[in-house]
Design a protein around this ligand. Structure first.
Ligand SMILES: NC(=O)c1ccc[n+]([C@@H]2O[C@H](COP(=O)([O-])OP(=O)(O)OC[C@H]3O[C@@H](n4cnc5c(N)ncnc54)[C@H](OP(=O)(O)O)[C@@H]3O)[C@@H](O)[C@H]2O)c1
Length: 332
């Protein structure tokens, strides 16, 4: 549960663990045991109280997150005992769910695949590229938080679309990951003193498409390299959200104006009807070995708040997951 609001990054001091009985089932409900939980930047964002597309968590509220769970008791025909489900059951061991709260997860994919490549990390860039602006062969695509959950799939999907992909990440190790494991054409470290010069060198013909997950000074640096009539996909605002003043998200729009660039604000939730199709497409890419998963899995639900702090600090590569039970449902 949320105990207090952080000034910068949410961490263990902002949460409390409560022990309470598992819920009693009503007709039409199933009791699920959560096995795997997905941590995301938006959970940190919602611990703060500022105007957003989604309301902040209340003090004392259970923290929501995407989960993979298994039905352990059922009073619902369509959710039989043993069925695997994905939903948004949050940071808890058990939850009572109705069919509309979850989707049945087929055995064709693993729990990790269901919460990463087939969920928000893979779906966000797939939908942004297919519904807003498609990366084109020969053009330069720049991706921020390129070693993170969403960013790592944006890099891979950009490459599959034939674009020349430049990933931006914090530190040499993450840049090596972006270059060597995600196969970006170039990776640039935004924490290096030479960042602006390195970025300009990596984008000699300018930036045609900018997949912006962070905003702030990094976005300003990318703006300086925009090609004429570039497109900017506004996908997230990590820099402002993580700051002590999330309402302030200044960016120098002078270059956007002078290059006649177009800004496209993107939110995955606007495309819910396309989720099944996108899961099918991403699943096909996974099975063909054309898309790879990179996850960090923490064991034990008590470690969830510290894992969220690590995620917001950038101390991770790929998607941060927390395993609550082993395959037999035993607590870790
Ligand atoms: N629009 C949508 O539908 C949608 C859907 C899902 C997610 N998102 C957004 O996508 C973004 C990424 O989410 P995620 O869950 O995949 O998180 P993530 O990328 O796994 O983690 C966030 C990363 O942002 C980087 N970062 C933090 N502070 C930064 C700063 N001041 N400047 C530059 N980079 C910074 C860190 O990586 P480094 O170590 O490289 O700094 C950190 O690892 C978030 O903004 C999220 O809100 C949007």
């Amino acid at each position: 549960m949320l105990r207090s609001r952080p000034v910068h990054l949410a961490g263990p001091e902002n949460f409390e663990l409560r022990h309470c009985p598992a819920p009693d089932l009503e007709d039409g409900q199933a009791l699920v045991r959560i096995e795997l939980a997905a941590l995301s930047a938006w959970q940190g964002m919602r611990t703060k109280d500022f105007k957003n597309f989604i309301r902040p968590f209340d003090i004392g509220e259970l923290i929501s997150c995407d989960t993979f769970a298994r039905v352990v008791e059922s009073r619902c025909d369509t959710l039989p005992t043993g069925a695997a489900v994905v939903g948004r059951q949050g940071w808890q061991d058990y939850a009572a769910v109705r069919p509309e709260d979850v989707s049945v997860a087929s055995d064709a994919y693993t729990a990790e695949e269901w919460l990463t490549a087939l969920s928000s990390p893979g779906q966000t860039p797939y939908l942004a590229f297919s519904q807003k602006v498609r990366p084109m062969p020969g053009e330069t695509l720049v991706v921020t938080s390129a070693a993170g959950a969403v960013g790592s799939y944006a890099v891979q999907l950009g490459r599959l679309a034939g674009a020349r992909v430049v990933g931006i990440a914090g530190g040499p190790e993450k840049c090596a990951f972006v270059r060597d494991r995600l196969c970006a054409d170039a990776a640039v470290d935004y924490r290096a003193d030479s960042f602006r010069a390195d970025l300009a060198a990596a984008c000699p013909d300018g930036v045609n498409l900018y997949f912006d997950t962070v905003g702030g000074p990094v976005a300003d640096a990318v703006s300086e390299n925009l090609a004429k009539r570039a497109d900017i996909l506004l996908v997230g605002r990590v820099a402002a959200n993580n700051s002590a003043e999330p309402e302030r998200d200044m960016a120098n729009l002078r270059h956007v104006w002078s290059q006649e660039a177009t800004i496209h604000a993107f939110n995955r939730y606007a495309y819910k009807e396309l989720y099944p199709l996108v899961i099918e497409r991403l699943g096909a890419l996974l099975r063909a070995g054309r898309l790879t998963m990179h996850n960090e899995v923490v064991e034990g639900m008590e470690k969830t708040p510290a894992a969220l702090h690590d995620l917001l600090s950038g101390n991770h590569v790929g998607k941060m997951l927390v395993r609550y039970t082993d395959r037999d449902g035993n607590r870790l």
